[in-house]
Unconditional design. Structure first.
Length: 146
């Protein structure tokens, strides 16, 4: 039996993870551009996602970035969790804005990984936030090919 390709593993792992993520469903998050160690997530800012100043709550931008991070670090087909992350908010989003968060794996060493996530507004491509996440694999790490 032939092992599935890394792309197939990523697509299957992301689909399963996203289906089980109640927060992603509640926010209306979807995923695209799925690959090993990289995922783009999407959501549209709804009026109930606004803060007291009338812009998208930072928690919404963080959640979109965090979900992209989670999907990317789980895209290899074995379980990983976020160990830590930091986010910089650069510009606001408004109700009705369609947002994307693209997570890219920078490195995996042993059980640890580092991922960068850019949150942008669709349409004008404005960079709204940048997050760096550190993951920890909690399941068995696959053996390296000989």
């Amino acid at each position: 039996m032939t092992a599935p390709s890394p792309q197939r593993v990523a697509e299957d792992a992301v689909r399963r993870y996203l289906a089980d993520d109640a927060t992603a469903r509640a926010l209306g998050v979807t995923a695209s551009a799925i690959g090993p160690g990289a995922v783009t997530t999407h959501l549209t800012v709804r009026p109930e996602m606004l803060n007291g100043a009338g812009s998208a709550h930072g928690a919404v931008l963080f959640a979109l970035a965090d979900i992209a991070f989670a999907l990317a670090c789980n895209s290899h087909g074995y379980p990983a969790v976020g160990r830590s992350c930091s986010i910089e908010y650069l510009a606001p989003a408004s109700a009705g804005d369609a947002l994307s968060a693209t997570a890219v794996e920078r490195v995996v060493v042993g059980r640890g990984g580092i991922y960068d996530v850019a949150v942008t507004r669709d349409g004008d491509g404005a960079l709204l936030a940048e997050m760096r996440g550190h993951s920890r694999r909690v399941g068995a790490v696959p053996a390296e090919p000989a």
